[in-house]
Design a binder for this molecule. Sequence first.
Ligand SMILES: O=C(O)CCC(=O)C(=O)O
Length: 260
Amino acid sequence: MTTNLAIIQMDIAYGDPAVNRRQARTHIKEAVAKGGEVILLPEMWTTGYDLSRFDEIAETLDGPTHQLLAELAENHQVTIASSIAEREGEDFYNTFVVYDKNGECCMKYRKAHLFRLMDEEKYLKSGDQQGNFQLGETPVAGVICYDIRFPEWIRTHMLEGARGLFVVAEWPKSRVAHWRNLLISRAIENQCFVIACNRVGADPNNEFGGHSIVVDPWGTVVGEAGENEEILMVEVDFSRVEAIREQIPIFQDRRPDLYK
Ligand SMILES: O=C(O)CCC(=O)C(=O)O
């Protein structure tokens, strides 16, 4: 059975959640009209990296963005995933959330590796839980941007049985070659689908690179966006993962007695 993915590669209005919610609503409706069943938006798409204003613009998990995502997921019977600037008391997190077809938040993952180059560690707290979840019958996982530089963290999710890795990002244009190579490597070494959404446009500090991408468990790029706004549509068959894991059984051949 196949799944239709819609990856919304959008620009983000810096520090303006109301504008971004309006844009996202339009993009999500277009993604649904194109047949998207699982819809992915970029990292912290409501706020961008306006970290010093998080006191004003980050949301609790029942805030307006969450209400919007729950409403759209339920009304259109789709799954919607992305990360949102989360407020909990006086603390802030970069949090991956997934809304299922019932409009329920079925997964919450707080970014584990904070990215110093963009000052995340000065404003945010890191999470310490994994991002595994179920997409219907298929076990998958979600991580955020810089997390993909930590293969051991991705492998930890794969050892729980994940067959797909969803990645949301605000990855700068200057390192798009790293983005592509890291994502392709994570797909090959874990024999899983990698489904990654980056933003485009610029904020006061960075220009962002786009190139949202879907890589299959053999490491082949099966869909890739350019450097402008677009909705990347890709159909995937998660059962391919089993076939490739049988062909080259790396999970059986691991030597955890030699390494973690
Ligand atoms: O690792 C990188 O080069 C980019 C990471 C990043 O932009 C982030 O985690 O927000």
